[in-house]
Ligand binder design. Structure first.
Ligand code: GDP
Ligand code: MG
Length: 302
């Protein structure tokens, strides 16, 4: 008997808000890693659930829902969604089969069709528990015409029907690969990464062009103090002492402005209160320092 090779890969869940992405991830992982809510848009950030067995490791990316952008956060969410499509081995487009395709579904179809390349695409009809047999057939018809998918699958993320079939489909399209994450790890720290990114953006915005490209942000501490309160300590790393002064500003004013803007943005992302402490540090030539780059998440080996 030959030994089965270990399989692993990245599965991006895409779908408009409220179709059941978080419910699906939580079901597949058998625990709660993603926020589920009857209100749309609970998932404002890229989230990750990791399912590991002796045979495989599937890493799920729970993208924020793609929707019509009206502010910068929306833009951020949409571009995050597109990135996670390109990062994936398999894309699962999850739709609410309880209703006919909505304008946002058409938008997603357009985005999928416009991607330079597409990984394996699974069209997943969710909420089939709400449907009669006739409706199910009709919905399958109307969604499947929107995009050319590799496989069409049906599920009730809420009840679990179709869950094993979906896993089998995913595994059949997963490449051979390594264990990317420890077996025990079921989620990742994307919130931290996004927070770092938002702080960096706040720097760029407040400083305008005074310090081109010379800034990195490291999250030193990211602690949820309660359901809606998070403490963040972060270091803004610049590569020249003169830049340090600019970031801090006269009487610390610039740093204060950066902090205020960043805090607002992070609060929008997390839907909770943020206590943000910032400090500034010079680290000459951090862009060429592999240790620092690794720490900052640039060199994860994939
Ligand atoms: P997301 O925004 O795509 O992450 O959607 P959520 O997972 O937060 O789910 C949105 C709502 O749909 C919640 O009220 C879920 O309980 C509900 N829901 C999710 N999956 C199903 C399903 O298979 N059947 C039914 N009836 N409801 C579901
Ligand atoms: Mg969600």
């Amino acid at each position: 008997m030959t030994e089965q090779a270990f399989k692993s890969g990245f599965v991006t869940l895409i779908g408009r808000p409220n179709v059941g992405k978080s419910t699906l991830i939580n079901r597949l992982l058998r625990q709660k890693v993603a926020a589920v809510s009857p209100r749309p848009q609970t998932t404002r950030r890229r989230q990750l659930g990791i399912l590991t067995t002796d045979e495989y490791q599937v890493i799920f990316m729970d993208t924020p829902g793609i929707h019509k952008g009206k502010d910068r956060l929306d833009e951020y969410m949409n571009s995050t969604a597109q990135e996670t499509i390109l990062d994936a081995d398999i894309v699962v487009w999850i739709v609410d089969a309880g209703v006919e395709p909505q304008p946002e579904d058409l938008m997603i179809a357009d985005i999928l069709k416009s991607m330079p390349r597409l990984p394996t695409l699974v069209l997943l009809l969710n909420k089939v528990d709400t449907l009669s047999e006739e409706e199910r057939v009709a919905r399958k018809q109307s969604y499947s015409t929107l995009v050319e998918s590799t496989v069409i699958s049906e599920i009730s993320a809420l009840r679990g029907d179709g869950q094993e079939e979906l896993l089998a489909v995913l595994l059949s399209h997963l490449p051979e690969g390594p264990l990317y994450y420890d077996r025990e790890q079921i989620t990742d720290f994307y919130e931290r990464e996004i927070a770092a990114d938002l702080i960096r953006q706040a720097c760029l915005e407040e400083l305008r062009d005074e310090i081109p490209h010379g800034i990195a942000v490291r999250i030193d501490e990211y602690k949820e103090r309660s359901d809606d309160q998070t403490y963040i300590h972060a270091t803004i790393i610049v590569n020249r002492d003169s830049h340090k002064g600019i970031v801090i500003g006269k009487g610390g004013l610039m740093l204060k402005q950066i902090g205020t803007l960043a805090r607002k943005e992070i609060e929008e992302m997390t839907d909770g209160r943020i206590f943000l402490e910032l400090r500034v540090k010079t680290n000459k030539n951090w862009r060429n320092n592999p240790e620092i780059l690794k720490y900052l998440g640039f060199a994860l080996g994939r």
